[in-house]
Design a protein around this ligand. Sequence first.
Ligand SMILES: Nc1nc2c(ncn2[C@@H]2O[C@H](COP(=O)(O)OP(=O)(O)O)[C@@H](O)[C@H]2O)c(=O)[nH]1
Ligand SMILES: [Mg+2]
Length: 474
Amino acid sequence: MSRSAKAALHLAVVGHTNTGKTSLIRTLLHRRDFGEIRNRGGTTRQVASAPLAVNGETLITLYDSPGLEDAPGLIEWLDDRPGTRHDGPERVHALLTDPQARARFDHEARVLDLMLNVDVALYVVDVREPVLEKYLDELAVLALCGCPLLVVLNFVASEHAREQAWRDALARIGLHTVLAFDAVVRDPASERRLFEKLAAQLDAFASVLEAWLAVREREEKERLTAAAAAIAEMLVDVAAAHRLAALHSEHDREQAQQALRHAVREREQACVDTLLDLYRFGREDYADDDLPLSQGRWSEDLFDPESLRYHGIRAGGHIGAGAGAGAVVDVATGGLSLGAGTLVGAALGAGVGVVRGFGDRIGDRLRRRERLMIDDPTLRLLAWRQLELLAGLRRRGHASQAPLPTAERERWAEKKLPDPLQRARRQPGWSVLNAPEAPDPTRQRAVADLGRVLEAAMRASQSEDGAAAGAGTE
Ligand SMILES: Nc1nc2c(ncn2[C@@H]2O[C@H](COP(=O)(O)OP(=O)(O)O)[C@@H](O)[C@H]2O)c(=O)[nH]1
Ligand SMILES: [Mg+2]
């Protein structure tokens, strides 16, 4: 790492009220608890700052600012005092030291004060707005402060966006460093582009900005590894999970099935929660069409046959063919040795996903019990759903693109299940959903192996560097 002991970069976020300044800062911080966000104007009254820091060292300080409201008034005031016509900062200074002007332009004065003391400013534009004179006045006043200005076009995804009109207008006043950035969306590719643009503009801070980019890149990698590990843990827990039922007792079997389904649903939800936490979104903090969830949960039940069908997962050869919904099928014998009476049992209509499983078959027989486990199609569905969620979390704002490429879909829909999962089938000790036993080092190895498979799957579907960066947002 080439981090120098240089001073931190001071970066102000300025613009009209409600353009998304505070949202942009939250997004850059990866923190939803910074500042206050309202749809009504003027929420941010004071300048507030927050550090982008690593190991206690602040690389960049971000400053949120009140919305500029009366730029035309500022221009008039300045025009009435021609004085040092060509020294912008001096003119601004004159305004800031005039008590009457300070009283009249309270919010604006704070912004100008800030502008005189930072290294660079991001001017945030709501591109749904027409290019009004007052915005050009704002830019003219900000330009007087003599600090480099980079324009962030926000709300570019809106159907009312007037992105080109803004780009044209900005070019006419000599502002060419423009960047589209959806301020509420945490999108690693746009974030990277923003800092790269800053680095290109600010020679003196290039090393600080590069250091910060490296921090974010490492975090993104670590987040992906942690997410893949969380999914792997869950899948191993589910693959190895069982419930025991007394042999030939419909009632007992029904209870065991319900208990198993319940435990697995909860285990999946815990995994979903972990993924959401990793990507730092509050549960209420995304639109339904960003992610395949509703209120932080999958809307289709895991054991609803429709969920399998929706994902194009065949209920797998022999199992789907003979068994009605809710049937308990013996995995090891392919269900063929079972009579119709067993196949269409008491659980009819209660859903799918449970089979008579592996484990100590002779011991089970002797003890006159059977072992119920989750079937392969359900494991596939579990893997698929989590990968899809992860893809959505990593690429929010690009929801229109297919989250998983065809090769990955096919793999999880029908190819052989990864080896660690197959091994887990015969290892009741590997599941926290069974009675807790001593942690098994072989389980950890299987989880790590599976985590790597999942991580590779996500990297294969990664388009942060390709599709998103080339999507024409610049
Ligand atoms: N859809 C969408 N909403 C945004 C975006 N940026 C900001 N908002 C919303 O616009 C409103 C104003 O945002 P805020 O950050 O408070 O603006 P500020 O006054 O400039 O700080 C809030 O309701 C935000 O949730 C964006 O990129 N897309
Ligand atoms: Mg604000």
